[in-house]
Design a protein around this ligand. Structure first.
Ligand code: NAI
Length: 327
């Protein structure tokens, strides 16, 4: 099978080439958009990542090019118009789980860095500045952590935080009593928002979860709350968190995802003028930490992404795409 890969980075090529057995892989740096879809001409399938746009316009172009299979090398599929793909007879398969540990551990890394300011301490000490002024953090032990979305990543993250001696307030569409214990309780979302010292988002992005963190919900949170988003950028209304940070209501904000990330992330823009004023404003706060969608980025995760994607191709060819099929 000939597969056109969009938005590829050197590490994608390394892992896909390593596990490829008999397919023709064509790599493009550019993302999939209406004006780049033509690059898939002559391919049987395409492989895309989180910021490729597979909207109805793109789907119609892919249909005309004869694309039969859409391979997502990620878990989330909020960037794909699944109804349009189904109508066009294009099957969509994803990698539902590559390493929940990778994302959960990065979430912990963000919390520890932001709280104990090790990123600032590192630079300070290298500069011969051994002062502790403005490096004050808080104990995680005894704090209440709200976990929104108790799927694979949310559960791993909750376990990690229980290890620090935190209390977990969890919210999911359906509570799972089997996960409850003395330190982990399922509660309604408003209760989670109003009682958590740290709120971490691990639910998918959809119409119901878009801007879950907004002007109104921020008002119900504790003053000084730490908000962490490693889910999807649009779970948060960026303008509202900027206001929350300016007023001091939000004490700390850590982001691995950002609403407008498709124009920024996975590129070196260090010599460019960045026109996105919101991210520049966010980066100006001393209590905001941003990483560029790297929570998944471990050797284990990249290995699994390549292996499951090739398995998806084999299953498609054998007419037995199963749980990885998105419908
Ligand atoms: P999952 O499907 O195992 O868990 C998602 C959970 O969210 C489910 O339990 C589901 O019931 C729950 N949920 C759905 N709607 C909800 C709502 N309205 N409110 C609260 N909970 C809701 O998915 P997994 O693997 O845990 O991933 C979660 C999300 O993390 C993905 O959808 C993706 O957007 C994001 N992600 C981010 C990565 C990164 O590198 N930053 C990497 C991988 C995933």
């Amino acid at each position: 099978m000939k597969i056109a890969f969009f938005s590829t980075q050197p590490y994608d090529r390394q892992y896909f080439d390593k596990y490829n057995q008999n397919h023709q892989l064509v790599y493009f740096d550019v993302s999939l958009q209406p004006d780049t879809a033509e690059l898939a001409s002559g391919s049987d399938a395409i492989c895309v990542f989180v910021n490729d746009q597979v909207n109805a316009t793109v789907v119609h172009k892919l249909e005309r090019l004869g694309i039969k299979l859409l391979l997502l090398r990620c878990a989330g599929f909020n960037n794909v118009d699944i109804a349009a793909a189904n109508a066009a007879g294009i099957k969509t398969a994803r990698v539902p789980e590559y390493s929940p540990y990778a994302v959960a551990e990065h979430t912990v890394a963000l919390i520890l860095t932001l709280n104990r300011k090790t990123h600032k301490a590192y630079n300070r000490v290298r500069d011969g500045n051994f002062s502790l002024v403005n490096l004050l953090g808080f104990d995680l032990h005894g704090k209440t952590v709200g976990v929104v979305g108790m799927g694979k990543i949310g559960q791993c993250f909750a376990k990690n935080m229980l290890g620090f001696g935190c209390r977990i307030l969890a919210f999911d569409l359906i509570a799972n009593p089997e996960l409850e214990n003395a330190d982990l309780k399922f509660v309604p979302l408003d209760e989670l928002f109003s009682n958590s010292d740290i709120i971490s988002l691990h639910c998918p992005l959809n119409e119901k979860t878009k801007h879950l963190v907004n002007k109104e919900s921020i008002k119900t949170m504790k003053t000084g709350v730490m908000i962490v988003n490693t889910g999807r950028g649009a779970l948060i209304d960026t303008s509202a968190v900027i206001e929350g940070l300016k007023s001091g209501h939000i004490g700390n904000l850590a982001l691995d995802v950002y609403e407008q990330e498709d124009k920024l992330f996975f590129r070196d823009l260090s010599a460019d003028i960045i026109s996105d004023d919101q991210i520049m404003r966010l980066m100006s706060f001393p209590n905001v930490l941003i990483t560029a969608h790297q929570a998944f980025f471990t050797d284990e995760a990249l290995t699994k992404i390549a292996q499951v994607t090739f398995q998806n191709i084999a299953d498609y060819e054998a007419g037995r795409l199963g749980p990885t099929l998105v419908q």
